[in-house]
Design a protein around this ligand. Structure first.
Ligand code: MG
Length: 154
């Protein structure tokens, strides 16, 4: 059965923090602040997988108190992927859109795509980039966000 889940995440940006996106460290004067390593792409993808399976959300799987500050998000996604495999599910396609004013990310598209393909064991991976034209918290460079749709065969 084909299923689609939609994930979304947003984190504040601050100086002196690493900017992790899709498990890749991106050179940037500002990094994301939040739970774990604040990787909005992996968090949105996790919610996409969970949404496709109707398995709740990232907060119900990984309560804030149980996730250490700075902890990599890759192992969290790996836990969800283990459960998906145990349920006979596979990810067929992911389409992620990262919303960030600066730095421009197109240079990193191959690294993001390869990282997601490996972590999701998925050959069809799309990563897109948007700015918000100076509007709102993302446009003012105060936040980074990501949408992800995930198609699962389960
Ligand atoms: Mg998050």
């Amino acid at each position: 059965m084909m299923r689609v889940g939609l994930g979304w995440d947003i984190h504040r940006l601050a100086a002196g923090r690493p900017l992790m996106l899709a498990g890749v460290a991106v050179p940037s004067p500002l990094g994301a602040v939040g739970d774990s390593d604040a990787d909005v792409v992996l968090h949105a993808v996790i919610d996409g997988v969970l949404g496709a399976m109707a398995w709740g959300d990232i907060g119900s799987w990984f309560p804030r108190d149980a996730v250490a500050a700075g902890q990599p998000s890759g192992p969290l996604l790996a836990r969800v992927m283990e459960q998906l495999a145990a349920a006979g599910g596979t990810v067929l396609h992911v389409d992620a859109t990262i919303l960030l004013e600066a730095p421009r990310l197109a240079l990193h598209r191959p690294a993001f795509t390869e990282s997601l393909a490996r972590q999701l064991a998925c050959r069809i991976v799309s990563v897109k980039f948007k700015t918000e034209d100076g509007m709102g918290p993302i446009g003012r460079g105060e936040a980074v966000a990501c949408w992800a749709s995930v198609m699962v065969d389960a």
